[in-house]
Write a protein that binds this ligand. Structure first.
Ligand code: ADP
Length: 200
């Protein structure tokens, strides 16, 4: 099925935009949700994580001990690669599976690090970037997660720049505080473009 890769920086509004497409009947595959699910209680990645890192990284309910793992991979690059070597292939196969099972005019695959990681860029038929100013990102993430300005800036610094993302985009949706009708009209325009592209 024709697939649109949806990406953007933290707080750009990826989930917000995805929901607007879902409301138009487009199935959404969310790679972040899949990453979370495979490390939930007895998730697909948990046996390999327990083998590679030890039982101390598994919480009593069988899920990943996230604070512990976060602390480890923050300071240890090798551990981060080891974790990703387990999770990335599983995320890929689960995403492919949901993509194959999806019903709709086309599918939207939400991939936060699409530009940074590269592989998805070639798999999807089109790349849609949600773009907004850094100040908008900061304000939204402070509001949503209660982070400090410095914490948000540190996350943004590790992600692709706006320019790099836009260079990789087929389509861009501007998601600063636009009037609602302008925003909705852009979603409709893209929805028609993707529906007709998928039908060819
Ligand atoms: P991302 O998934 O890219 O991290 P979200 O979609 O969660 O970002 O958006 C971050 C926050 O900003 C959320 O609380 C969301 O509801 C809000 N938001 C995003 N875009 C808009 C918009 N156009 N109008 C109002 N609120 C928005």
């Amino acid at each position: 099925m024709f697939a649109v890769g949806l990406t953007g920086g933290i707080g750009s509004g990826k989930s917000f935009v995805a929901e607007r497409f879902a409301a138009r009947g487009v199935p959404i595959v969310d790679t972040d949700a899949i990453a979370h699910r495979i490390t939930a209680p007895h998730g697909l990645a948990m046996p390999a994580i327990a083998r590679a890192f030890g039982a101390s990284f598994v919480a009593p309910d069988g899920s990943l001990d996230r604070p512990r793992m976060r602390a480890l991979v923050f300071s240890d690059e090798t551990a981060r690669h080891r974790l990703e070597a387990i999770t990335h292939p599983l995320i890929r196969t689960e995403t492919e599976r949901e993509w194959q099972q999806a019903h709709g005019p086309y599918v939207i695959i939400v991939v936060p690090l699409l530009v940074e990681s590269g592989a998805w860029k070639t798999r999807v038929n089109r790349v849609l970037v949600v773009d907004c100013s850094v100040e908008t990102q900061i304000a939204r993430v402070i509001q949503r997660n209660g982070f400090t300005r410095e914490q948000v800036l540190a996350i943004i610094a590790r992600q692709a720049t706006r320019e790099a993302r836009i260079a990789a985009a087929d389509d861009v949706i501007v998601n600063d505080d636009l009037p609602r009708d302008v925003f909705d009209a852009r979603i409709d325009e893209l929805h028609h473009l993707y529906t007709s592209s998928a039908g060819r």
